[in-house]
Write a protein that binds this ligand. Structure first.
Ligand SMILES: NC(=O)c1ccc[n+]([C@@H]2O[C@H](COP(=O)([O-])OP(=O)(O)OC[C@H]3O[C@@H](n4cnc5c(N)ncnc54)[C@H](O)[C@@H]3O)[C@@H](O)[C@H]2O)c1
Ligand SMILES: [Zn+2]
Length: 360
C-alpha cells in the first residue's frame, strides 16, 4: 500500500492506494469520530462493492443509501435522498458519510456531508479512475443546476481517501479512458516527465496493468495533493486543474450532461486549450500534435461535437465559475508541463479558433 498525504494543516488527510483495501477496518476506523456511518453509493456500484465494503464499518451503526446512477441525477432533488435517509435514521452530528462510487457519488456525498447539520465528516472510497485520480482528492463537492455544472457546492475536505485499485477491473473501457483524460491533464499542467511516461505506457494503462495503474494513480494524486496544499480554495494555482474544463463544461452543459462523459468533454477541452495556446504562439504545432496523439492513443475524442456552434460554446463558457467581470479566464499551456490562467488574450482569436474547430 502506498500512502500520500494532503497537507492542509488541521484538515490534512491521507490517501491510501493499494489492491484489496475495501473491507479493511484499520484504514478507516481512525478517521471516524462517532458511532454512525452512512454509506452513499449508487445502483451500479452497490451490487459490486457494498458487501465488500461493509466489514470496514462493522464496529459502527451503519446504513446505506443507494442513488440512481448518472450525471443527470447529480442535482438537488437526488441530493435530498441522502438527507431523507440521514433524518429517517436519526443520524446525529457525529455521523460519518462514506462515498462509495465514482465522482458523481463522491461530489454528492461530500456536499451532503458539508451541509448536514452544518457539516459532518466524510470518507472517500472512489471506484472509477476519474474519482481515484481527481474528484476524491481536494474537497470540492457539489451538484449541477440545469443552467450550469457544479454550480451549487462547497469546499469540504474528506477525512481520508481509500483507493482500492482492484475496483477498476469492473469499470467499463469507456469510463477508464474518460478517467485517463484527467491523468493526462496532470502531465500537461505540471509534470512533463509524467506526460512522457504516459506516451509510452498509455496502452498498459488501458490494459489495466496493475503496476501502470497504481503508478499513474499515485502520480496523479501526488500532483493534485501538491496543488491543493498550495491553494485549497482556488484563489490562484489550483485553477490550473481546470485545464480543458471551461470548454469541456460548456460541451457537457450543451448536451444536458447526457452524451459526452466528463473526461471525454475534458479531452476535447484540452485540445481546444492546446490549439488556442498554439494560436497565441505559446506552444508549437508539434506540441499540439503530441497532445492530440496521446489523447487519441488513449481512445479519447479530440473534436468538438457536431451541432455545437462556436457562439453557443462562448455563451455557455460565460457561465463558468472562472469568469470575472465578463471575461472568460482560461487555463492555457506555456509548454507541455506548464500551464497558466489568463484572461489576457484577444477574444476575437478565441472565437475564430472555435469557429475553425466547429464541426458542421
Ligand atoms: N470534486 C472534484 O474535484 C471533481 C473533479 C473531477 C470531476 N468531478 C466530477 O466527477 C463526476 C464524474 O465522475 P466519474 O467519471 O467517476 O463518473 P460517475 O460517478 O458517473 O461514474 C461513472 C460510471 O461508472 C460506474 N462505476 C463506478 N465505479 C465502478 C466500478 N468500479 N465498476 C463498474 N462501474 C463503476 C458508475 O456507476 C457510473 O455509471 C462529474 O460529475 C464531475 O463533475 C469532480
Ligand atoms: Zn474534471
Amino acid at each position: 500500500m502506498n500512502t500520500l498525504q494532503v497537507e492542509l494543516g488541521a484538515r490534512s488527510y491521507p490517501i491510501k492506494i493499494g489492491q484489496g483495501l475495501l473491507g479493511q477496518a484499520e484504514l478507516v476506523a481512525p478517521h471516524i469520530k462517532g458511532q454512525q456511518v452512512l454509506i452513499v453509493t449508487n445502483e451500479t456500484v452497490a451490487p459490486l462493492y457494498l458487501e465488500k465494503t461493509l466489514p470496514a464499518f462493522a464496529d459502527f451503526q451503519t446504513a446505506s443509501v443507494i442513488l440512481p446512477d448518472g450525471e443527470e441525477y447529480k442535482n438537488l432533488e437526488v441530493l435530498n435522498h441522502i438527507f431523507d435517509r440521514l433524518l429517517q435514521q436519526r443520524f446525529n452530528r457525529q455521523t460519518t458519510l462514506v462515498a462509495l462510487g465514482g465522482g458523481v457519488v463522491g461530489d454528492m456525498a461530500g456536499f451532503a456531508a458539508a451541509c448536514y447539520q452544518r457539516g459532518v465528516p466524510f470518507i472517500q472510497i472512489p471506484t472509477t479512475l476519474l474519482a481515484q485520480v481527481d474528484s476524491s482528492v481536494g474537497g470540492k463537492t457539489g451538484v449541477n443546476h440545469a443552467l450550469g455544472k457544479n454550480m451549487i457546492g462547497a469546499f469540504h475536505q474528506p477525512n481520508c481517501v481509500v483507493i482500492d485499485t482492484n475496483t477498476l477491473q469492473t469499470l467499463d473501457d469507456r469510463q477508464l479512458k474518460a478517467g485517463s483524460a484527467e491523468v493526462i491533464k496532470y502531465g500537461l499542467i505540471n509534470d512533463k516527465e509524467f506526460f512522457s511516461w504516459l506516451e509510452t505506457r498509455a496502452t498498459d494503462l488501458l490494459a489495466r496493468d496493475p503496476q501502470a495503474l497504481s503508478f499513474a494513480i499515485a502520480r496523479s494524486c501526488q500532483n493534485k495533493a501538491t496543488i491543493v496544499a498550495e491553494d485549497e480554495r482556488e484563489s490562484g494555482r489550483r485553477a490550473l486543474l481546470n485545464l480543458g474544463h471551461t470548454f469541456g463544461h460548456a460541451i457537457e452543459t450543451a448536451q444536458g450532461y447526457k452524451l459526452c462523459l466528463h473526461g471525454e468533454a475534458i479531452a476535447i477541452g484540452m485540445c481546444l486549450a492546446a490549439q488556442f495556446s498554439a494560436r497565441l504562439g505559446w506552444i508549437t504545432e508539434m506540441d499540439v500534435t503530441r497532445i492530440i496523439a496521446l489523447l487519441e492513443k488513449t481512445g479519447l475524442p479530440t473534436q468538438m461535437p457536431t451541432g455545437l456552434t462556436a457562439d453557443n460554446m462562448l455563451k455557455l463558457m460565460q457561465v463558468d465559475k472562472k469568469v470575472r467581470d465578463g471575461k472568460i479566464r482560461l487555463v492555457l499551456l506555456k509548454s507541455i508541463g506548464e500551464a497558466i490562467v489568463t484572461d489576457q488574450y484577444d477574444f476575437s482569436l478565441l472565437r475564430q479558433m472555435l469557429l475553425d474547430a466547429q464541426q458542421s
